[in-house]
Design a protein around this ligand. Structure first.
Ligand SMILES: [Zn+2]
Length: 1117
């Protein structure tokens, strides 16, 4: 399929016709075969242009458009050499799709073209030309001319050059001019045609911003057909926003500035109600929409900023305080321009005269009109023109194309775009109405009665509450009108008040006023409860409104003294409702206790020792002043009770608080009388117990106990994964009061899951197991416990499980591949032995981390690991047991290791020995090895016992003059004394019986083939940095650890500062070659040096590898 041209066509149709701000390029880049990875990479636009053209050409083969690219862009150059002797002309023609011109040392495009196509190069003196006709070296002149001009001329500027002195690429940022209209006649071979034939107009400029290792492209395009909306809102000095603009934009975005500006305009006095409307008019968006979320209601905002705004005593009007009004004036003048700049233009912009060229700057998501003279800003600098596009002036667009975006778009795309626009419109309308409606709940006063401290529906919630959907752009007056119409029976005054459901019942807050305000300007929010009443009473009871007298639902605890007069430690807990502004003492009155002490329990430590008695003098304080909230507990004691009761009762209170309920719904689809039961439980109750209790109470068959599970039901009624029976409620993260569904069947276990996957994939046998895919899309931890449910294994919906060959070891067992590891030692016996093993062992795989080609022995960091076999071992086994078991592997017989103590165990990491496992007696479980552990074993001459602070190092002494080392010797260094460089140097010196000041040591970094001297670094740095930090060798930059190689130099006989070996040189060289090879293969793809491929901004930072750009062309018939 010719997918690239089709996707290009569709993208352009979308840009032209789709009624949305941006179009996605995903389909197009998909058609290139680019992965998301490639899309993130920076490519050179000149290169892209070429590759795209070539891909288009390939995919148009055999169609009427097969020569499209050629027709539009193909031109030719002719290179000529004229012999001065015989005047013979030798000629070579070159094709081009774009002209590449130099920038360096050239003032502009015409200058560059002059150099290329007018200036002659003369061959003479010691630079003669061999003429074929004369058959000798002669003087000659070389020149080039444009032979055929394409209708569209693309010019690529060579802004990226290579500095051969510094050996680095750089960007040419010097001034390079290019004309809006250019006459190419002087550069052409033929010059007899009319001047118009050579005249070209600039219609597009690609601009590169940034350096040569990364940057950003944007493009100026002339809107030849005047399709875009070329309007300038305000004179802007620069297209990009600088920091100063940003600050002031933030400033004016702050509501303070705007409100101040409005007040100044209104002669500094305005009714608060009107302020919201003025604001809406000024900034085009209401307070509630823009600021309420962040700053709260408008009135509150004014109150909060009392240092600036002065509200009248009845809060109906607002003015600026004197000193701030002065300041506001100056702020305002400064920001005046900007405030109004944000506003949509009052009159539709002047449609500029047709002759005026319309240019746009297309910069990612931002498209803005620019003036033609702005193009000159791209002549030079970090942000400057990179590609120029000219079109023949004679090319005229047909008149019907003007301002007609549908012109030339194929019919099927027109239809597709029309359909898409209709869909967009519908969606927008839906979105508009959805985002502009408020859901209001009207509570009808006459349907309520005041009871137990709060308002409650007389009959039921459904009859007393009416839901109403209302456009929030309508006014409060409109809302009132609608409610009047709804409630035909209403008589008398109608007051609308904000109400809220509080634990005690419904409570009424402020009444709504200002009928001319829209709903979003009032304090109504979406989903608000509104109480409709006469403003005074409900069912004959005068109603207190407002936040002060909110009803509080308190938990009152007191001793039951009614039964037989004895204190039987029976504490009664009862809910009581009190207005928040009532005195605390009213509790006693309510409970008819003549005199008592009130204890309150500060929230936050329920059931703890948080009980404090309220002093007598505080009894007249209100509940709110005492910090009591809904649900707070209050304990009352007769004043003659002694306090010991409280401590005794505290425990009781504690357990009481923990007891709660869970709802279990019968979802078994079995006949039963009960649909739902309440099961009491504490956080420590097992899920199993709840399930069994529920089955009993739901009166279901006992058999269900073996074949059911509990699944939490979330707030939307969705059934979640079954909770494991063995969890407590706390472990299962179930909240008290939540609902569970009792369902048939058990939660699937991992073994069931495995069975199912094997069945689906048609695989046989049982030698399979499952692994979870880890975050780098590789097989991660295996699912070991066969009976565990997926929830217990923390598998979530959407996770990927991988089916892996091989049976898992039984639970609690590890399957450990064992490797044999020996330093390339002096023993020739070992090396030949290893060769034998290689040949004979059928399973033998040998990892060699570094090649030993052409190098003598004793080289550091040459690691060979030989695979011996797998063992299966319990996690409770000790390291010693692992070693013994490994010794039963057949290849071990040949090694003649006397006992497990003669083996040193390392983990295998990246095919090298990693962590040293020190203690033979330690169980494997405690090493935290993970399930994918592999172990390598190293033979020892004698047993060793390494302490936790011991670091095992391999030391090698440098042989003077030879650039090699003696065989490695193990050296145990106790790092307990801080692990300093000094301590290590001393240890090494003692080990080799050398004076400490006469040795130099260095750590070897095998991956980099580098040695980092330990002593000299120490001396340099101590002067500059704090001692403690740098001296610690186990930290940066040494990261000294077990198994590291330390080179030792005896300064008595070897006094140069070189630690490296010949193998290091070759290793480094090889790395360099590899890096170079990668770069070369890159460069081969480029015809010249202008490319920017890496993502890093500056050359100093490590750059991402440069990769080739490719566009795939789908195969087609
Ligand atoms: Zn000649």
């Amino acid at each position: 399929v010719r997918i690239i041209p089709l996707q290009l066509q569709r993208l352009f149709a979308q840009l032209l016709l789709l009624d949305q701000e941006a179009a996605s390029t995903t389909d197009l880049t998909d058609s290139f075969g680019w992965t998301s990875n490639e899309e993130m990479r920076q490519h050179d636009v000149q290169e892209l242009n070429r590759i795209l053209f070539s891909a288009l050409e390939t995919s148009l083969v055999g169609t009427s458009g097969h020569d499209l690219i050629n027709r539009l862009y193909h031109g030719t150059i002719v290179n000529q050499i004229v012999c001065k002797e015989c005047k013979n002309v030798s000629e070579r023609q070159e094709d081009f799709l774009d002209l590449t011109v130099a920038v360096k040392n050239v003032s502009g495009l015409e200058d560059a073209l002059w150099n290329m196509y007018v200036e002659e190069e003369v061959f003479d003196c010691d630079n003669l030309y061999h003429c074929g006709t004369c058959d000798r070296l002669v003087k000659a002149a070389k020149s080039a001319k444009l032979r055929k001009l394409p209708p569209f001329l693309t010019v690529s500027l060579l802004r990226f050059n290579f500095d051969f002195v510094k050996c680095e690429r750089y960007k040419e940022t010097s001034c390079y001019t290019f004309p809006l209209r250019i006459n190419l006649k002087p550069f052409c071979e033929q010059s007899e045609l009319d001047d118009l034939e050579y005249t070209y107009d600039l219609f597009s400029v690609i601009i590169h911003k940034g350096g040569c290792y990364g940057g950003h492209y944007h493009v100026y395009i002339k809107d030849v057909d005047h399709l875009g909306n070329w309007q300038f809102q305000e004179e802007k000095s620069k297209p990009d926003v600088n920091l100063k603009d940003l600050q002031s934009e933030e400033e004016i975005d702050h509501p303070l500035m705007i409100l101040k500006a409005i007040l100044l305009e209104e002669n500094n006095l305005i009714p608060v109600d009107q302020l919201g409307q003025k604001l809406l008019k000024k900034i085009g968006i209401s307070w509630n929409k823009k600021y309420r979320k962040q700053h709260g209601p408008l009135r509150k905002f004014l109150q909060l900023h009392s240092q600036i705004f002065l509200l009248s005593s009845d809060e109906s009007t607002v003015r600026l305080l004197k000193n701030s009004s002065l300041q506001a004036e100056s702020d305002f003048q400064r920001n005046d321009q900007q405030i109004f700049k944000m506003l949509p233009p009052e009159s539709p912009g002047l449609n500029n005269s047709i002759s005026c060229p319309h240019w746009f700057d297309i910069n990612d998501s931002k498209v803005q009109p620019i003036r033609e003279k702005d193009i000159e800003q791209q002549f030079q600098g970090k942000e400057s023109a990179y590609m120029l596009f000219y079109r023949k002036s004679q090319l005229q667009r047909p008149p019907e194309a003007r301002a007609n975006p549908r012109y030339g778009v194929p019919c099927h795309l027109l239809n597709e775009m029309d359909a898409a626009n209709i869909e967009l419109q519908t969606k927008r309308a839906e979105c508009d109405s959805a985002s502009n409606t408020f859901e209001l709940h009207l509570h009808l006063g006459p349907q309520y009665h005041f009871f137990n401290g709060a308002l409650h529906p007389v009959v039921s919630q459904t009859e007393s509450v009416w839901d109403l959907t209302f456009d929030k752009r309508k006014t409060l007056g409109d809302l009132r009108q609608s409610i009047f119409q709804l409630l035909e029976f209403w008589e008398g005054d109608m007051v609308l008040s904000v109400a809220k459901l509080v634990p005690a019942g419904l409570h009424i807050y402020q009444s709504l006023g200002g009928d001319e305000l829209t709903l979003c300007e009032t304090e109504i929010a979406d989903g608000e409860d509104i109480f409709v009443w006469n403003g005074v009473e409900v069912g004959g009871v005068h109603i207190q409104t407002g936040i002060d007298c909110e009803p509080l639902l308190l938990n009152v605890l007191h001793l039951d003294t009614s039964s037989d007069g004895e204190k039987c430690c029976q504490v009664i807990e009862s809910p009581h409702v009190f207005p928040a502004n009532a005195e605390v003492g009213t509790v006693l009155t309510a409970l008819a206790i003549p005199a008592g002490v009130i204890f309150i329990n500060s929230a936050g430590c329920p059931g703890g020792e948080g009980w404090t008695a309220i002093p007598k003098e505080d009894m007249r304080k209100t509940f709110r002043e005492q910090g009591l909230r809904n649900g707070s507990s209050v304990l009352i004691q007769d004043s003659h009770d002694d306090n010991s009761l409280l401590t005794k009762e505290e425990k009781w209170v504690t357990s009481m608080n923990e007891i709660d309920w869970l709802h279990v719904k019968n979802l078994c689809q079995l006949e039963s009388e009960e649909k739902q039961v309440k099961i009491s439980a504490t956080v420590n109750t097992m899920v199993f117990d709840i399930r069994i209790k529920a089955i009993k109470e739901l009166k279901l068959m006992k058999e269900l106990a073996d074949n059911s599970c509990l699944r939490p039901i979330d707030r939307n009624g969705k059934l979640l994964c079954p909770v494991p029976d063995s969890y407590t409620l706390k472990e299962a993260e179930l909240k008290m009061g939540s609902s569970l569904g009792l369902c048939l069947g058990k939660a699937p276990s991992s073994s069931q899951c495995l069975k199912l996957m094997l069945k689906k994939s048609g695989l046989q046998g049982d030698a399979w197991h499952l692994r979870k895919m880890d975050w780098c899309y590789e097989a991660g931890e295996p699912l070991c416990e066969e009976d565990a449910t997926l929830k217990e294994l923390l598998i979530c919906s959407g996770d990927t499980l991988l089916l892996i060959e091989g049976q898992l070891p039984p639970p609690g067992f590890l399957k450990v591949p064992i490797w044999w590891y020996q330093l390339q030692g002096p023993s020739g016996h070992w090396e030949s032995h290893q060769d034998q093993t290689n040949c004979t062992s059928s399973r033998g795989r040998v990892w060699r981390a570094a090649s030993s080609q052409g190098a003598s022995g004793n080289e550091p960091a040459q690691v060979s690991l030989l695979y011996l076999g797998d063992i299966e071992i319990s996690e409770d086994a000790t390291l010693a047991e692992l070693k013994s078991q490994a010794m039963t592997l057949p290849p071990f017989l040949e090694f003649g290791v006397p006992s497990p103590a003669h083996l040193r165990a390392w983990t295998v990491e990246r095919k090298r020995p990693g962590r040293l496992l020190r203690t033979d007696r330690q169980p494997l479980r405690e090493y935290k090895l993970g399930r994918r552990i592999e172990i390598c074993l190293e033979p020892l001459q004698k047993g060793e016992n390494l302490g936790p602070q011991d670091v095992l190092l391999r030391t090698q002494v440098r042989i003077p003059g030879e650039r090699t080392y003696t065989p490695a010797l193990d050296l145990v260094w106790n790092a307990a004394q801080g692990g300093t460089a000094g301590s290590l140097r001393q240890r090494v010196a003692d080990f080799y019986c050398l004076p400490v000041e006469k040795i130099e040591i260095a750590k070897y970094f095998p991956e980099k083939f580098e040695w980092l001297p330990i002593s000299s670094w120490n001396q340099q740095i101590t002067k500059r940095k704090k001692k403690k930090k740098q001296d610690y060798l186990q930290g940066a930059p040494y990261y000294l650890k077990d198994g590291d190689t330390i080179g030792v130099k005896n300064l008595l006989i070897d006094d140069d500062d070189d630690f490296s070996t010949i193998r290091d040189d070759t290793g480094k060289e090889k790395q360099k070659q590899q890096a170079l090879g990668r770069r070369k293969s890159q460069e081969a793809l480029h015809e010249h040096s202008s490319y920017i491929l890496s993502s890093a901004e500056t050359p100093a930072r490590p750059r991402a590898p440069e990769t080739s750009l490719s566009i795939h062309v789908g195969s087609f018939r």
